[in-house]
Ligand binder design. Structure first.
Ligand SMILES: Nc1nc2c(ncn2[C@@H]2O[C@H](COP(=O)(O)OP(=O)(O)OP(=O)(O)O)[C@@H](O)[C@H]2O)c(=O)[nH]1
Ligand SMILES: [Mg+2]
Length: 303
């Protein structure tokens, strides 16, 4: 096989912004498939992870991050903020996302970092399908007065409006460099990570109030086998909650809640792993895990 002498471009495009502005929806739109979980509830994403798009002469490494919380209440939220702000350390391009309802109160930390960034900084005003031109023009001006953005894009990640052009402009910013990941790799996170995310997404959709925020999901066991000549995967996952009452709510009347959660999660996991799946869910109570260093380490929030 002869080696190509053509130039190769690669780099990190790091997405950052407040909770719920559509960062994960945007990452999925860039990747072209559902990788990040999405919900209408803020603080859906809890960990920074990469979504990688490669071509013959380029590799774009996108990172999705937890939404920036202006007043963290517990250690897990502090760790989420740290993970989000760490994107300034390795970015080749920073993509700051806002939505039309966004105010910049509480954004001082990120604004200071955006101003000091040595790489190109783009502003994406997302959810333009929910706004009007006048508001958007005013919003763009307001933000341009604060930060000297290299480019501003008006997009709708959900409606896929403005995405191909933004992608093209981001690609044009990539410096010359090697592929940092194998060309067929699409993330830095494991199958287990994405399975626990799928289960957490269903918890966000099915349960109300504080339940999703009190829950963490760990895939304890993942076994691939074959059944009737077809691939078959057996998964055991534990859901940690903070109180006994939350465990009761999650299980539901005669187990109806956990059954529904299991069925909905399994359907999406089957699509994700492209196999039939048997999913077993266990619920454990772990008081104050969101402030417990050891638990946060074992859940991957702290190094
Ligand atoms: N109308 C509209 N809704 C959108 C758009 N993009 C995202 N959303 C919705 O906004 C909500 C939040 O989307 P996410 O992608 O989870 O937002 P996020 O910024 O990743 O949120 P965190 O992970 O909590 O920081 C979801 O209900 C999305 O469906 C858009 O372009 N238009
Ligand atoms: Mg998100």
């Amino acid at each position: 096989m002869s080696e190509s002498t053509d130039k190769h471009y690669s780099g990190y495009i790091n997405i950052i912004g407040k909770p719920n502005v559509g960062k994960s929806t945007l990452l999925n739109a860039f990747i072209g498939e559902k990788m990040a979980i999405i919900s209408h509830k803020p603080q859906t994403t809890r960990h920074r992870f990469l979504g990688i798009v490669s071509g013959e002469d380029f590799q774009m490494i996108f990172s999705d991050t937890p939404g920036l919380i202006s007043d963290p209440h517990y250690k897990m939220q502090e760790a989420m903020n740290d993970a989000a702000l760490s994107v300034f350390e390795d970015a080749d391009v920073v993509l700051f996302v806002i939505d039309p309802s966004n105010e910049y109160s509480g954004d001082e930390k990120v604004i200071a970092k955006l101003k000091k960034a040595e790489c190109p900084v783009f502003l994406a005003i997302n959810k333009i399908d929910t706004s009007d031109q006048e508001t958007l023009i005013a919003l763009e001006k307001e933000w341009r007065d604060i930060v000297d953005f290299d480019q501003v894009h008006l997009i709708s990640a959900q409606e896929k409006f403005g995405i191909p052009y933004l992608l093209e402009q981001l690609k044009a910013q990539l410096p010359e460099g090697p592929a940092y990941f194998p060309k067929d790799q699409i993330s830095n996170k494991s199958t287990r990570f994405f399975i626990s995310e799928i289960i957490r997404e269903k918890i966000l959709h099915l349960y109300r109030q504080e339940i999703p925020y009190s829950a963490e999901v760990i895939v304890e066991d993942y076994k691939e086998s074959e059944r009737h000549g077809h691939p078959f995967v057996t998964i055991k996952a534990t859901i940690y909650v903070m109180r006994k009452t939350q465990k009761g709510i999650m299980i539901g009347h005669q187990g109806a809640g956990i059954k529904k959660l299991g069925i909905e999660a399994r359907k999406d996991i089957e699509k994700f792993v492209d196999s039939r799946v048997h999913l077993e869910l266990f619920i454990k109570v772990k008081d104050k895990w969101r402030d417990d260093d050891r638990m946060l380490k074992s859940f991957g929030y702290l190094q």
